[in-house]
Ligand binder design. Structure first.
Ligand code: HEM
Length: 407
C-alpha cells in the first residue's frame, strides 16, 4: 500500500510539473526570448486570457477582438508578440518578413496549433492539408472555380437572396427584429451548399435546427474548445477521446455532422450511377470531386471534410463582411447615394445580375474592400508552428512558436 502511495504521489507530482511547465514555464521563457529581441510584447495572464477572450465573445461577438485591437495599434511595427493562452504567438507585419515566412522558409512551419482540434473535425480538407497533398487538392478544386462555372453560380446567389429577402420584408412589415449576421450566415451557408452539392438543403433539420445553423453552432463549439485549458494543456487528442461529458457530446456531434454529409454524398453518387442526365449536367464541386474519386484520387472521407471546410470557411467570413458593410453604410450615409446609383445603373433589370456586371461595380467593390480593411472577418491567416528554430531576416523564431501574418 505504502509503495502504491509513493508511486501515486510521484505520478501526481510529475503531472503537476508537466502542467506547470506547459502552462507557465515554457511560455514565460519564450516570451523573455522575444523581449530580448526587442519585439513589442503584450502578454495576458492565462486566467486573464480565458476570462477576457470569452467575455469578448459576449460583449463584442468577436473572438478575435483583442488581437484586432493589437494589430491596429501596432501597424508601424515590424512584428509583435502576444499569447493565445499559454502559446506565445508572433504576428508578422513587415512585408519582407511575411515573404520569408510564406515563401522562402515556408517548409520550416506547419499548420497546426489552434486547428489541432479542428483536425478532428475534418483533417482531409484543403484548409488542413500540407505540401504536395495541398497542391494536388488545390488543382482538383480549381476546376470548380472556372469562370463559366462561377458565372452560373450568380443565379444561385440571386435566388437564395431573393428567397431570404422575402423573409426580411415580412419581418419589417410585422416590426420583428432579425439577427442580421445569422441571416447572412444562413444565406452564405445556402450558397456554399448549392455550390458544393448543387442543390438546396435548407429543409434539412437536425434536432429542430436548420442544418447550416447546426453545423455553424458545432463549429463555434469546436473553436471554443480548441482554446480551453483542457486542450491547451493536454492537447486535442485528449478532447477527441471524449472522457469528459462535454467532450463526449462534442465528439458525438462531430460524428453526426460527418454522417449527415456522408448521406448527401452517397445520394449524389447513386444519382450519378443511375446516369440521370440532370445530374450529369451538374458541374458543382461535389460532381467534380466524385469524378476524381472514381479515378481513385479521393476517398469519401476527403470529400466529407472538403464539404465541411467550404461550409465553415465560407459562412462566417462572408456573413461578417456583409454585416459590417451594412454597418459602415449606416455610419457613412454620404456613401449611400453613390452606391445606390451604381447599383441601379448596373441592374436596371434586377433579374439580369451577371458576373460581368458585378465586376464593373467599382465603387461597390471599393466599399467592400475598405470594409475588409477596416474590419477583417479574419484578422490573420491560419497560425503556423515553427518546426525548428528559424531566422526570418534578423528575427529568430523559436521552435514551437505560433506565427501568423496580420492583415
Ligand atoms: C470575406 C470572405 C472571406 C475571408 C475574409 C476569408 C479568409 C480566409 C483566410 C484568412 C484563409 C486562411 C489562409 C491561410 O491561412 O493560408 C482562408 C482560407 C480558405 N478559405 Fe476563405 N475567406 C473568405 C471566404 C471564403 C469562402 C466564401 C469560401 C468558400 C466558398 C472560402 C474557402 C476557403 C478555403 C477552402 C480555404 C483554404 C484554402 C487553402 O488552404 O488553400 N473562403 N480564407
Amino acid at each position: 500500500m505504502g509503495a502504491f502511495f509513493t508511486w501515486f504521489s510521484a505520478f501526481l507530482l510529475a503531472l503537476v510539473l508537466v502542467v506547470l511547465h506547459r502552462l507557465l514555464i515554457k511560455p514565460y521563457r519564450l516570451i523573455q526570448f522575444y523581449k530580448r529581441q526587442k519585439l513589442p510584447v503584450f502578454v495576458k495572464s492565462l486566467k486573464g486570457f480565458i476570462d477576457y477572450q470569452w467575455g469578448l465573445v459576449t460583449t463584442h461577438d468577436d473572438f478575435y477582438y483583442f488581437q484586432k485591437q493589437l494589430i491596429k495599434q501596432n501597424r508601424s511595427e515590424r512584428a509583435f508578440v502576444t499569447n493565445i493562452g499559454p502559446k506565445p504567438t508572433v504576428y508578422l507585419i513587415e512585408p519582407t518578413l511575411i515573404k520569408e515566412f510564406l515563401m522562402d522558409k515556408h517548409d520550416c512551419f506547419e499548420k497546426a496549433p489552434l486547428i489541432g482540434l479542428l483536425k478532428r473535425f475534418g483533417d482531409r480538407g484543403l484548409f488542413m492539408l500540407e505540401g504536395q497533398e495541398w497542391k494536388q487538392r488545390r488543382k482538383i478544386i480549381s476546376e470548380a472555380f472556372r469562370y463559366d462555372l462561377l458565372r452560373e453560380m450568380v443565379s444561385h446567389v440571386v435566388k437564395v437572396t431573393e428567397e431570404r429577402f422575402q423573409k426580411f420584408s415580412l419581418a419589417a412589415k410585422n416590426k420583428e427584429e432579425l439577427n442580421i449576421i445569422k441571416e447572412f450566415e444562413f444565406m452564405a451557408g445556402e450558397v456554399v451548399g448549392r455550390f458544393f452539392l448543387g442543390k438546396s438543403f435548407t429543409d434539412i433539420n437536425v434536432d429542430g435546427t436548420q442544418i447550416t445553423a447546426w453545423i455553424s453552432n458545432l463549429f463555434v463549439q469546436v473553436i471554443y474548445e480548441s482554446v480551453s485549458l483542457w486542450t491547451l494543456t493536454f492537447g486535442p487528442s485528449f478532447v477527441a477521446k471524449g472522457i469528459l461529458p462535454h467532450h463526449k457530446e462534442l465528439v458525438s456531434n462531430v460524428r453526426r455532422g460527418k454522417a449527415i454529409t456522408r448521406e448527401f454524398i452517397n445520394q449524389r453518387r447513386e444519382a450519378l450511377l443511375k446516369d440521370s442526365t440532370t445530374d450529369k449536367e451538374q458541374k458543382d464541386l461535389l460532381t467534380i470531386l466524385l469524378a476524381q474519386q472514381a479515378e481513385n484520387q479521393l476517398t469519401t472521407e476527403d470529400i466529407i471534410d472538403e464539404y465541411l471546410t467550404f461550409l465553415i470557411a465560407g459562412m462566417d467570413t462572408s456573413a461578417r463582411l456583409e454585416t459590417l458593410a451594412l454597418y459602415f453604410i449606416s455610419q457613412n450615409p454620404q456613401c449611400l447615394p453613390r452606391l445606390k446609383e451604381e447599383i441601379s445603373k448596373a441592374f436596371e433589370d434586377p433579374s439580369q445580375v451577371t458576373l460581368e456586371k458585378l465586376n464593373q461595380m467599382e465603387y461597390f467593390t471599393s466599399f467592400l474592400k475598405e470594409t475588409l480593411r477596416m474590419a477583417p472577418p479574419s484578422p490573420h491567416i491560419t497560425f503556423r508552428t515553427a518546426i525548428k528554430d528559424v531566422m526570418l531576416k534578423d528575427i529568430m523564431i523559436k521552435k514551437g512558436t505560433w506565427t501568423t501574418v496580420c492583415k
